[in-house]
Design a protein around this ligand. Structure first.
Ligand code: ZN
Length: 145
């Protein structure tokens, strides 16, 4: 059952109850729909201003933007994964790191990924020599030795 807001040619507004839009069209065509106030059969549907005004539609569930709610947590996860990669694919040369890095740089030994310890000064010296080294903060859980 549908309730239509109707208005006759004279401007009277009233409600009409119909099974469907088609039913309304049929009844109107047959002159069965008349204004209860004046009996005029020239009636038209008018937009309902009140009956269907139920307020703003609720946003659909699950419509939230995809993505991490915790960007910092995600960054830490990615960093941890990257460290795992580096730690498993690099050779631990320990305190030999600065010397070994130089040997790799000068091609005395095969090029490979190495990791190890270097002091601030050693690190700075390696950078000065144009040797690509990176300091990575290693969480305690991942420290070797
Ligand atoms: Zn009327």
């Amino acid at each position: 059952m549908k309730i239509f807001d109707l208005q006759c040619g004279a401007g009277h507004r009233f409600e009409g109850w119909f099974a469907s839009s088609e039913e309304f069209a049929t009844q109107k065509e047959q002159g069965l729909v008349g204004c209860p106030a004046c009996g005029v059969h020239e009636v038209e549907r008018v937009p309902s201003a009140t009956r269907f005004n139920t307020g703003a539609a609720q946003p659909a569930a699950g419509n939230k933007p995809e993505g991490p709610q915790d960007p910092l947590g995600l960054a830490q996860k990615l960093y941890s994964r990257m460290l795992d990669e580096l730690l498993t694919k690099s050779e631990d040369v320990g305190s030999e790191f600065p010397a070994e890095a130089r040997r790799i740089h000068s091609r005395e030994v095969p090029e490979r990924m190495i990791r190890g310890q270097a002091s601030e000064d050693e690190h700075a010296a390696l950078i000065d020599e144009g040797i690509a080294v990176t300091r990575l903060p290693i969480p305690p859980a991942k420290r070797w030795n």
